[in-house]
Design a protein around this ligand. Structure first.
Ligand code: MN
Ligand code: MN
Length: 398
């Protein structure tokens, strides 16, 4: 078990974590006797017993999809983590959605841009732009899509499918989008008749839905060729879909990083940039910060801890497991350590047109070495470990 390798917290005879830290001068903290949510506390060893280096006040930077309300429909389900659940998350909101085979997230649009990654199954996405150009694609695990602000789109489960949607505004709600059925239900029938050049009778009774359908169980998706309507204006020039697996990963001693943004490869994704990071057991996503925007995270597999440094001595450590959302406010320093026995995999998301980071080690290597050496008490060992290249994921090899 990974927790056995940890120095803190102290685990008692029943293997329950206790808020106890041993140090040179003795034993801080003491055993917990009152009611406990032990399952949750096992997931949060650094909350039960924070590292000695934590200090001061820091806003909460964790929320789990496990605590999010789920909306159930006949065609699937959806749950969301927005700034209502995680108040620090001003820049990004997210929805975890499932569509059954033939389940449909109906034709709709919204003010926020939508970025997504497929987690399981196959989804058919369609979108139309302001020039009448369309885009249709079947996407699979690891594939992404991006729909710009205001453009209409829809999703169909070709198989049962699940995906993560990320929106470029923390206040977004999947429950308050512009849906085609909602609009038509709230337009006078005589106007619908004029709009489509039909008699009013075409819209009577159950000939149109009486309200928003949102997610519904539809027929099985047709073949791609059948569904691929041809537009006289052609397809959108920058495809709204992209595969994470087409990105050559940056490989280092401790893992990999794949960066996807509108400057490098996914040209349509103008307001969302992404890094998918894999950290091997024992490895750490190196100490760094982002000069441009906040970071929103989604944990895909493994176990992690992250300490966020907020200046003035403030620092707080959080633990993450799959399905958790993490957050790092703009420019705050952080690392992400693999604290488990399996590969840690997570997404870093940024509301910007490009990914940007400053790495501590590289920064220290690219300025006067005399100055750095003076700063760190002439620590020769430390000076010898500096390198001028970025190594996003590192691992100490003895
Ligand atoms: Mn949408
Ligand atoms: Mn980061």
């Amino acid at each position: 078990m990974a927790e056995q390798k940890r120095i803190t917290p102290v685990y008692d005879d029943e293997n329950w974590p206790q808020p106890i830290r041993e140090d040179r001068d003795g034993r801080k903290g003491s055993k917990m006797h009152g009611p406990r949510n032990i399952d949750r506390e096992r997931q949060d060893p650094d909350m039960i017993c924070p590292p000695e280096t934590d200090h001061g006040k820091m806003i909460n930077c964790k929320f789990s999809f496990a605590d999010a309300h789920i909306r159930l429909d006949y065609g699937g389900w959806a749950r969301e983590v927005t700034k209502r659940e995680l108040p620090v998350s001003e820049s990004v909101a997210s929805v975890n959605m499932n569509l059954k085979k033939g389940g449909v997230r109906e034709l709709h649009w919204h003010k926020e841009a939508e970025w997504a990654i497929v987690l399981a199954g196959t989804v058919r996405v369609t979108a139309v732009d302001e020039e009448g150009r369309n885009h249709i694609a079947d996407v699979n695990p690891g594939d992404l899509w991006y729909f710009p602000s205001g453009l209409p789109h829809s999703l169909v489960g070709v198989t049962e499918a699940e995906f993560l949607l990320v929106f470029d505004d923390g206040g977004f709600s999947e429950d308050s989008t512009f849906s085609i059925t909602d609009w038509v239900a709230h337009t006078p029938k005589e106007v619908l008749a004029k709009n489509f050049g039909l008699p009013e009778s075409a819209f009577e009774g159950d000939k149109i839905p009486s309200g928003e359908r949102y997610i519904y169980q539809g027929r099985e998706a047709g073949s791609f060729e059948e569904d691929n309507e041809e537009s006289p204006y052609g397809n959108t020039p920058n495809p709204f879909t992209f595969s994470m697996w087409d990105v050559e990963p940056i490989k280092t001693s401790g893992g990999t990083a794949r960066i996807v943004d509108s400057k490098r490869n996914f040209y349509a994704s103008k307001t969302m940039a992404c890094a998918m990071v894999e950290v091997e057991p024992g490895g750490v996503r190196e100490l760094h910060w982002h000069p441009n925007v906040d970071e929103w995270q989604y944990y895909l597999s493994g176990e992690a801890r992250m300490t966020i440094f907020a200046a003035e001595g403030h620092a707080r450590t959080f633990n993450y497991v799959p399905g958790d959302v993490g957050y790092v406010p703009h420019v705050m320093g952080h690392y992400i350590e693999n604290t488990g026995d399996t590969t840690l995999r997570f997404l870093e998301m940024f509301r910007d047109d490009h990914f940007a980071e400053i790495a501590l080690n590289q920064w220290m290597a690219l300025v006067s070495q005399d100055m750095v050496s003076d700063t760190f008490n002439d620590n020769k060992e430390l000076m010898s470990a500096l390198h001028k290249e970025k190594r996003p994921v590192v691992k100490f090899d003895k």
